[in-house]
Write a protein that binds this ligand. Structure first.
Ligand SMILES: [Zn+2]
Length: 101
């Protein structure tokens, strides 16, 4: 059984603390000068999407339905090369049981 390593992008969220971007510094300075109350700039937690490169192993298996060995699949114990082959094999099995009755 052949196998290869493949790099793929995976996305995940990261939480970071930043200063509130909606804070109006000019307004705050003005408010302080006039003796009005203005809340301090607080920090907010934002969600950031980060891209990471992760590796995974792909296997070359022999398909139970078409017998092909040219497709790389993600599972070592996979039986079929594609969803199409799996569906066809399922249909074949179904018709075979129906004829048997
Ligand atoms: Zn196949």
């Amino acid at each position: 059984m052949k196998r290869i390593f493949k790099l793929k992008d995976s996305f995940e969220y990261e939480f970071t603390e930043v200063k509130n971007p909606k804070y109006n510094a000019l307004e705050a300075a003005l408010a302080v000068a006039q003796g009005r109350f203005y809340p301090e700039q607080e920090t907010v937690i934002v969600r950031k999407l980060v891209k990471r490169k992760t590796s995974h192993i792909l296997y070359r298996i022999r398909c139970d339905y078409c017998g092909g060995t040219s497709t790389w699949v993600g599972r070592k114990d996979a039986k079929f090369c594609s969803a199409g082959c799996r569906k066809m094999a399922y249909n074949e099995r179904k018709t075979m049981t129906n004829h048997g009755e």
